[in-house]
Design a binder for this molecule. Structure first.
Ligand code: COA
Length: 311
């Protein structure tokens, strides 16, 4: 398509970008028969927000990965990638249903792929809809391959059962990012292979999520973010032996938030994670796919942030 222009995103684009994301997701869910069951269909999502902290952070930290495509002055597609050290992550790539199949997605992808900071990129990753052959093939052609089936799962908060308690594991809610950033980055380095300080700083700035730090003795061994809406993630542990204990503790904390459901994005091959999810009688409501250029070192000690926008 010849009359498409590409430019960096701007603050005034945020409401239009948000609307495009919702329309594009709704259209995909309808096309594949998931509209009624998926919690990501717009009728089940919160109202359009007044502020867009996630996009604001994208513009501040990763403007080289934040692009829009316009046709006759209207936004027809958007992409947002973030870079932390040598890790590149595609948070969003969406084209308005009306303009799909016209190369806009590929052009936006190519702009985002050029996004890097000081360090050369050593891994690239994203989470996409497991049932969209168009996005899956587009990413595979750019060197990212299917690694993990991901299941968005939920259970009623009232049914969350207390699991066996690990008396050696201590948890505390932490609120000071500066005091805890080194510990969080060290845990990320061991689970994902990359520090993600800016992501933690962003999460600490939100009023809707709490960070809990886990330790045995005086050694920090993991963290779990628990959301007011009952979601769990990201969660990471330095060792596989305490992963289930930290996850079970996060279930209790999430159930206590007062939302009707507890939810997470379960990595299909993580038997320890799936075992706890099934013990809590969680049900699968949507299917995603993690794609990456290379596998992550200890992904089985990790629970991804539940919507795919942030690893
Ligand atoms: C995925 C998406 C961003 C792609 O953007 P787009 O502008 O429609 O895609 P393009 O026209 O640039 O390219 C689509 C490519 O997929 C190919 N394709 C289409 N159907 C396909 C199929 N069933 N299997 C394999 N490839 C397919 C096309 O041939 C084209 O490749 P080509 O350029 O080599 O011919 C867009 O369709 C979209 O927003 N979809 C809904 C939301 C979504 O899934 N976003 C990704 C979330 S992470």
């Amino acid at each position: 398509m010849s009359d498409v222009s590409y430019r960096k995103a701007r603050v005034e684009d945020f409401p239009e970008i948000f609307g495009l994301l919702r329309n594009s997701v709704d259209s995909l869910l309808r096309e594949h028969g998931f509209f009624d069951s998926s919690p990501f269909a717009s009728p089940k999502q919160p109202a359009i927000p007044q502020t867009f902290p996630w996009f604001e952070m994208g513009l501040k930290e990763d403007s080289d990965g934040f692009w829009v495509a316009t046709v006759e002055g209207k936004i027809a597609g958007i992409t947002l990638s973030w870079v932390r050290a040598s890790l590149w992550y595609l948070a969003h790539l969406f084209v308005s249903p009306k303009y799909q199949g016209l190369d806009i997605g590929r052009n936006l992808m190519e702009k985002a792929m050029r996004h890097h900071k000081e360090a050369p990129i050593t891994n690239r990753a994203l989470v996409t809809f497991a049932y969209n052959p168009v996005s899956i093939s587009l990413y595979a052609r750019h060197g990212m391959y299917p690694r993990e089936p991901m299941y968005y799962m939920e259970c009623p908060s009232g049914q969350v059962k207390a699991g066996p308690a690990n008396t050696k594991l201590k948890s505390e809610r932490v609120t000071d990012f500066e005091e805890n950033k080194t510990i969080l980055s060290r845990i990320d380095q061991r689970t994902l292979g990359y520090p993600r300080e800016k992501n933690h700083e962003f999460l600490f700035s939100l009023p809707t999520v709490r960070c809990h730090l886990y330790s045995t003795g005086s050694e920090p061994v993991g963290y779990a973010y628990v959301w007011q809406n009952g979601r769990i993630g990201p969660l990471a542990t330095t060792s596989p032996t305490i992963f289930q204990d930290v996850l079970r503790s996060a279930f209790k904390l999430a159930a206590a938030e007062g939302a009707s459901n507890v939810a997470l994005l379960a990595t299909g091959s993580n038997d320890k994670l799936v075992e706890v999810a099934l013990e809590q009688k969680m049900r699968i409501l949507d299917n995603w796919l993690l794609m990456s250029a290379k596998p992550f070192p200890n992904f089985s000690n990790y629970v991804i942030y539940p919507t795919g926008a942030m690893l």
